[in-house]
Every structure is written in structure tokens, then in C-alpha cells.
Design a protein around this ligand. Structure first.
Ligand SMILES: [Zn+2]
Length: 153
């Protein structure tokens, strides 16, 4: 009876909330989880279930479904949304860390154009590189806007 109820919960939920912070998660493909979890965590996943990504920077949880959750220590990479260090990638596919973005902006380059060019050429692999499992361009744009605000004063 328990497994029946769990299956019903997972299939009927169009979104699920993070078990720790209760913020709405974004669903991620199972390939993202398979690519980025440490082996020990990977050994415990349920490939049939739907996992979601918690983007709340104040929450330790990265992936969750209705039954399990995985914190940032379960991943092989630093998670942009969960770690504000300068060496954390914003664009995982093409290696744009916060530090590299700041340096590019200060030397009047446009990293967004550079990244977009590669995305349009279908060179990106966000689903296996980026913990959020989707394109980084929104994060890059927001981060650059935050640098502009920070440095103009
Ligand atoms: Zn959370």
C-alpha cells in the first residue's frame, strides 16, 4: 500500500516542493542526476522517479523527489545556486566561473555573446554539466547585471 501511494504521489505531482525549504523545485532529467552525483549517492537513486532541483541558495538540498533528497555534498561539482565562491562555474559547459565573468566584464568583453554563440552551434551539454540541468544563460545574464550594479557605485 505504501509503494502504491508513493507512485501515485510522484506521477500526479506536476511539481514538488523541497522537503527542507518547501520551495518549489524545477524538474530535472534523470541523466543530469546520473552525470553529477558521486558514486555513493548514485547507488541510491530511483531511476523511475521524477527528481527536481531546489534552487534556493539558503537550502542545502540540491535534488529531491517525494521520498529522497541529495545535498550539495552528493554532487561532483560545486552548485552555482548553493555556493557563492568566485571559482564556482556560472556556465558549466564552457567554464565561465564568477571570477572569469568578472574579469571579462572589466575588460569590456561580452561573455553572453560568446556563450550564446556556442549554444546556438549546439555545443552545450547543460543536461550533463549544469546541476540545474538546463541552460545557464539566464544565470549568466543575472550575474553580469549584479556585477554592473556592484561595481558602478
Ligand atoms: Zn530546498
Amino acid at each position: 500500500m505504501d509503494s502504491c501511494c508513493q507512485n501515485h504521489f510522484q506521477k500526479s505531482a506536476t511539481f514538488v516542493r523541497c522537503p527542507v525549504c518547501h520551495q518549489k523545485g524545477k524538474s530535472v532529467q534523470i541523466i543530469t542526476i546520473k552525470a553529477l552525483l558521486h558514486p555513493q549517492a548514485l547507488e541510491t537513486i530511483d531511476p523511475e522517479s521524477n527528481y527536481a532541483f531546489c534552487s534556493n541558495s539558503f537550502c542545502e538540498v540540491v535534488y529531491f523527489n517525494g521520498v529522497q533528497f541529495y545535498g550539495k555534498d552528493s554532487l561532483k561539482v560545486l552548485v552555482y545556486q548553493k555556493d557563492d565562491a568566485l571559482d564556482v562555474p556560472v556556465c558549466y559547459c564552457f567554464g565561465w566561473t564568477r571570477k572569469r565573468l568578472i574579469q571579462a566584464i572589466r575588460s569590456s568583453q561580452n561573455p553572453v555573446e560568446f556563450i550564446r554563440e556556442h549554444v546556438l552551434a549546439n555545443r552545450c551539454g547543460c543536461e550533463v554539466n549544469n546541476p540545474q540541468g538546463s541552460c545557464c544563460l539566464g544565470n549568466v545574464t543575472k550575474f553580469i547585471q549584479s556585477i554592473d550594479k556592484g561595481s558602478s557605485g
